[in-house]
Ligand binder design. Structure first.
Ligand code: HXC
Length: 287
């Protein structure tokens, strides 16, 4: 499977799991404009997954490596991580920011907003594997994943106020959503860092693993577990959860009802319910 070639990313694929590694260890994997552009390309590549078989779309296979010729779901989940070393991602690229005008800085922030929204819109789960520092934009990138696993060495923080800045890649929105307003305010105003276990106790991290290898293996195992489920149902569930965030309960229930209808119309639903009644394991066609 061809995922293209990149200057700042390594994209690997095995057994349904795509691993995207931000590879700028000399700058602690900081999010330069080039990294952001390449992340946008990778999101675009994966965005067509399931299109050829999904009945709510236009049926077109957008032809990316994510959607192969017969429109199956070769990629069942994405691991997002940083090259081995001290950091997952140490934030926005501070050196690049020093020469930006305010307009350029906003364009830079907006380009990363687009990446975070694209990650949330992918039809497969994304797990951020944080080994080392996830600071500023690094924490914000991890927050755009479906959930976060961490190694014992992980540290999370929003240190922008140390630089005379505020979170710019979504932290003021997604951090309060994840850990609550009071704690998010305290972390953003103080620039304090959280250990992996502190982050876990706040619900920022779903699992803490002793080593980087165990961290990546655990994320791959979770994606393989999810891959035994209906891919259309998982995609609808992800969309439904993301679209309901920030809405009223009534609006959220409308979103859920739409997703439920869409799932009800799939062949996966027919297969899943028939298999249950027939007391056999389902074989989901993925459409
Ligand atoms: C560019 C960075 C960087 C960053 C580290 N480096 N973080 N380069 N942008 N965010 C570079 C250093 O300059 C250094 O390069 C090399 O990586 C190693 O870093 P050191 O500082 O020497 O490592 P260490 O002493 O171990 O300290 C690690 C650290 C520290 C605690 C993570 O690097 C640090 O505080 N980094 C900045 C973290 C931060 O403030 N992040 C938020 C950025 S603002 P050389 O060439 O000297 O070896 C942000 C806003 C998002 O993210 C919104 C924007 C729109």
């Amino acid at each position: 499977m061809d995922f293209g070639s990149y200057e700042t990313l390594i994209v690997e694929f095995a057994d349904g799991v795509a691993t995207v590694t931000i590879n700028r260890p000399e700058a602690l994997n900081a999010l330069s404009r080039e990294v952001i552009d390449e992340l946008a390309k990778v999101c675009d590549l994966f965005s067509g997954l399931g299109d050829a078989r999904r009945e709510d779309g236009d049926g077109a296979n957008r032809g990316g490596a994510g959607a192969d010729d017969d429109g199956a779901w070769p990629v069942r989940g994405v691991i997002l991580t940083g090259a081995a070393g001290k950091a997952f991602v140490a934030g926005a690229d501070i050196r690049e920011m020093t020469s930006m005008s305010p307009d350029e800085a906003v364009a830079y922030a907006r380009s990363m907003h687009a990446v975070t929204l694209a990650l949330e819109a992918l039809p497969v789960p994304v797990i951020a594997c944080v080994d080392g520092y996830a600071l500023g934009g690094g924490c914000e990138l991890a927050l755009a994943a479906d959930f976060i696993y961490a190694s014992e060495s992980a540290q999370f923080g929003q240190p922008e106020v140390n630089l005379g800045l505020v979170p710019g890649f979504g932290g003021s929105v997604r951090l309060p959503q994840r850990i609550g307003l009071g704690m998010a305010r305290e972390l953003i105003y103080t620039a304090r860092r959280l250990t992996a276990h502190e982050a876990s106790s706040l619900g920022l991290v779903n699992g803490v693993f002793p080593t980087r290898e165990q961290l990546l293996a655990a994320a791959a195992a979770t994606i393989r577990e999810i891959a035994t489920k209906s891919p259309t149902a998982v995609a609808f569930a992800k969309r439904s959860i993301n679209e309901a965030v920030g809405r009223t309960t009534a609006e959220g229930l409308d979103v859920e009802a739409n997703a439920f209808r869409a799932a009800f119309e799939t062949e996966d639903m027919k297969e899943g319910t028939e298999a249950f009644v027939a007391k056999r394991s389902p074989v989901f066609p993925g459409r």
